[in-house]
Design a protein around this ligand. Structure first.
Ligand code: SAM
Length: 352
């Protein structure tokens, strides 16, 4: 097996590695290799995006969920969650505030809430797109039928975020109850791609039972799917889940994987996630310096922020939308980057 720096050089040139090589690169993590990889990844991000950072206004519009993922704080079985769902007017008011703050992408994220019928979602999507025709709309509402995805797309939704969570079926079993399967999740991602969404997938780093081989499989799955967006963050425990006692993921390994992903898909939109900002006060800045190019400040009303607690100690739960926006703008400025107001669509390689 070649040494790690040679593997990194090969990754940069070929934009992929074999499963064994990825596993070797991951398990062989050390600070020196991480620094070497980070330099290449941040140079690549600069080459494609200069020092520009795209921003997305995140609206966490419901914390009701029919699923029972073992890692997630808003899982169905967590009876201690104070459940909420925002009305259409409340969501539109978040968009209004976001628009004034310069956001041109809104992300509607929520648990899999059965109370929102397809008709209601279509109506909501149409209202947002009619009111803000110059904005992109991203959905992140889990697994749906191909027909539902199609209806949302026809109503104007542009993008869809659905993390695959882990590309290894056995590992998937250990993170989810039997009602959920990797096969269905992968099918949803393929449907979304076929319908013409800009698709985002991703995984948690350091989720319980995860190995370097699993992560290598995640990378190869991402290479094959070729998503426009890739979101990864460290696994963080939530005290009211079956995984409450599990240890959290590593920030260093998350940053290392962001760099690997940047070299794999140089033009991808990769956020420095809230989980990264939660695990370390400068986590998002480190994410950007490792090759990420998107931040997602929260636009949800402050009254509901704490209720969307996927993991313990989630940051930004007390700040108004404007505070979040300007806080991130300053943070980016301090490290030499600039948040821009553009929609920030994915641009295919040949047209860049
Ligand atoms: N229901 C939608 C879905 O499943 O795609 C969107 C909401 S879901 C809560 C968003 C993401 O949060 C998941 O894809 C998962 O990776 C992440 N997440 C959930 N619990 C987490 C935890 N304990 N630590 C870190 N990330 C977590």
């Amino acid at each position: 097996m070649p040494d790690k720096k040679t593997l990194i050089d090969t990754l940069e040139m070929q934009r992929t590695l074999s499963k064994d090589e990825f596993a070797e690169l991951i398990s062989g993590y050390n600070e020196e290799n991480a620094e070497y990889l980070k330099e290449k990844a941040s140079e690549t991000a600069k080459r494609y995006f200069d020092n520009k950072i795209y921003t997305r206004g995140l609206i966490e519009f419901t914390n009701y969920c029919k699923n029972d993922c073992y890692y997630c704080g808003i899982r169905r079985s967590n009876t201690r969650v104070n459940r909420y769902r925002l009305s259409r007017e409340e969501i539109l008011s978040c968009c209004r505030e976001g628009y004034e703050l310069g956001f041109r992408t809104f992300v509607l994220q929520g648990g899999e809430d059965v109370r929102y019928s397809d008709e209601e979602m279509v109506c909501l999507i149409s209202s947002i797109k009619e009111t803000y025709p110059d904005c992109a709309l991203t959905l992140s509402i889990g697994e749906k039928s191909c027909e539902s995805y199609l209806a949302y797309r026809k109503a104007g939704a542009d993008r869809y975020l659905l993390r695959h969570e882990t590309a290894n079926a056995e590992h998937y079993r250990k993170l989810h109850p039997d009602s959920l399967s990797l096969q269905v999740r992968k099918q949803c991602l393929r449907d979304l791609k076929a319908i013409g969404y800009q698709v985002g997938t991703g995984f948690m780093v350091g989720s319980p039972y995860q190995t370097a081989e699993h992560l290598a499989e995640d990378l190869l799955f991402i290479k094959e799917l070729s998503p426009e967006m890739i979101g990864i963050g460290p696994y963080l425990p939530h005290h009211d889940t079956p995984f409450a006692g599990e240890k959290k993921g590593s920030m260093e390994l998350t940053l290392y994987l962001i760099s690997i992903l940047r070299l794999m898909i140089p033009n991808a939109l990769i956020p420095a996630t809230t989980a990264l900002g939660t695990i370390h006060p400068l986590g998002r800045e480190k994410g950007i310096l490792s090759g990420a190019n998107v931040v997602m400040p929260n636009l949800s009303p402050v009254a509901v922020r704490k209720k969307y607690e996927l993991y313990d100690n989630k940051i930004c739960t007390g700040d108004e939308a404007a505070e979040c926006r300007f806080c991130l703008q300053n943070r980016m400025k301090k490290i030499g980057y600039e948040i821009i107001s553009a929609r920030g669509d994915f641009v295919p390689m040949q047209t860049m």
